[in-house]
Design a protein around this ligand. Structure first.
Ligand SMILES: Nc1ncnc2c1ncn2[C@@H]1O[C@H](COP(=O)(O)OP(=O)(O)OP(=O)(O)O)[C@@H](O)[C@H]1O
Ligand SMILES: [Mg+2]
Length: 410
């Protein structure tokens, strides 16, 4: 029997609803796509409920028409600079070393790790077990079935502002859609573009969207750090608009058509024509000047990333380098500038692991949307296989990630 999964990525630039069906052999096929320009959002956060709800409804209706059925439940991406994350350790006694660790022990250890003060205006979105330590032995990925006296868990805890989260949930519910779970956007993007080997070795996922840049650092197969910055591709457009005194729509158009992140690759004599404010006729500007404007801001974004890698102690611990995704990953020569600034290998991350209507979504801009479907599929498979009553706990999801719930690759 086929099971339907829906993901809704509420981005600053676009809203994308994807419908997928889990078929035989747990394969995932995209059967509905609904993409509309975003409204009512700034820097990843809803600032106008009516506008945002209307745009979400349009995206959902589009996807429903393609899929041929009504959507009632969805996995929804959450982002914005209100997101913050921290790591904490929880410890519990197992007994006298005469019985194996069971699910209850993991639950108790996670509860201990979650005993961190969370202000009343913030809510936990994810609590993910990154690693277990059993009787001082670290690097244990799955302690279930092992004998031990003392179990410790290293948890990654992601929180967000209650009001921003409530506004997002309300906007989705206004389309008569139940929110199955909120998923942090960079975690969803990582699911869509990173390989297990990269996560094992150590890798940084950077999703540069329109209003935000997300960072997720992985090591030993698990998430280690997450950050959301309120800067993205729209800032590049804005810098071009200011620098060339051109309307935003013109600036966006020339960014996509002519911008590059490496000014030195552009012939200084190459000129482009744009309509600037106050001019009746077209003005001519140098393409190198355009590239300089864009390179300056893009470099600044990667410097932010470099600082965070350094701050979190990941310098020298990212052999798999950096995977850049999100719409701005389409900027020409961005990969080269990133590699230069970060002094790490860089590749552009395209969403993988899907079948069906993949033509529109085979672009870095859809990494989060595809990741939401994959996340949802894994969660649904886990719930149907889970022997644990009430087992919808987020840390269990990551445990199962290690146990590899099977979504076909490639
Ligand atoms: N070829 C391209 N070159 C440069 N920039 C591009 C290109 N294609 C798309 N972009 C930029 O990507 C951005 C949109 O990316 P994306 O669709 O990932 O954003 P979003 O998910 O809506 O926003 P966010 O995640 O920040 O809330 C826009 O700023 C757009 O101008
Ligand atoms: Mg996005």
């Amino acid at each position: 029997m086929e099971r339907t999964i829906v993901g809704i990525d509420v981005g600053t630039t676009k809203i994308c609803t994807l419908v997928g069906e889990i078929g035989e052999n747990d394969s995932l096929r995209v059967t509905g796509v609904g993409v509309v320009p975003s409204r009512g959002l700034r820097k990843g956060v809803i600032t106008d409920v009516e506008e945002a709800a209307a745009a979400i409804a349009e995206s959902v209706q589009k996807a429903e028409r393609v899929a041929g059925h009504t959507i009632t439940r969805a996995y929804v991406g959450v982002g914005g600079s209100h997101i913050s994350s921290q790591n904490n350790r929880g410890m519990v006694a197992i007994g006298k070393g005469d019985r194996p660790v069971d699910h209850d022990d993991i639950d108790r250890a996670m509860e201990a790790a979650l005993a961190v003060p969370v202000p009343h205006n913030r809510r936990i979105i994810h609590s993910i077990a990154r690693e277990f330590v059993l009787d001082g032995q670290d690097g244990v990925r799955n302690p279930i079935g092992l004998l031990g006296f003392r179990l410790e868990v290293e948890a990654h805890i992601v929180t967000g502002a209650v009001t921003s989260i409530q506004n997002l949930v309300r906007c989705v519910e206004m389309s008569q859609i139940e929110v199955a779970a909120l998923v942090l956007q960079p975690l969803a993007s990582a699911d869509a573009v990173l390989t297990d080997e990269e996560k094992d070795l150590g890798v940084a996922l950077v999703d540069i969207g329109g209003g935000t840049t997300d960072l997720a650092l992985y090591s030993h197969g698990s998430i280690w750090e997450t950050q959301v910055y309120a800067v993205g591709g729209n800032h590049l457009t804005n810098d071009i608009a200011v620098g060339l005194r051109a309307p935003m729509a013109t600036a966006e158009d020339i960014k996509i058509r002519y911008a590059t992140a490496l000014p030195e690759t552009v012939d200084a004599r190459e000129m482009i024509e744009v309509t600037t404010f106050g001019d009746e006729a077209l003005s001519t500007i140098s393409r190198r000047q355009l590239a300089q404007i864009v390179a300056c801001r893009t470099e600044e974004m990667f410097e932010l990333i470099a600082k965070e890698i350094q701050r979190s102690g990941f310098e020298g611990l990212l052999p798999a380098g950096v995977v850049v995704t999100g719409g701005t990953a389409g900027l020409s020569d961005l990969k080269e500038l990133a590699a230069d600034t970060l002094q790490l290998p860089v590749r552009v991350g395209m969403p993988r692991r899907l079948r069906g209507l993949v033509e529109t979504i085979s672009s870095p801009a859809y990494a989060t949307s595809v990741g939401l479907l994959l996340w949802g599929a894994r969660e649904e498979l886990r719930q149907s296989a889970s022997p644990i009553p009430g087992g919808s706990r987020a840390w269990y999801t990551s445990l199962l990630e290690w146990l590899k719930v099977f979504i076909p690759r490639g």
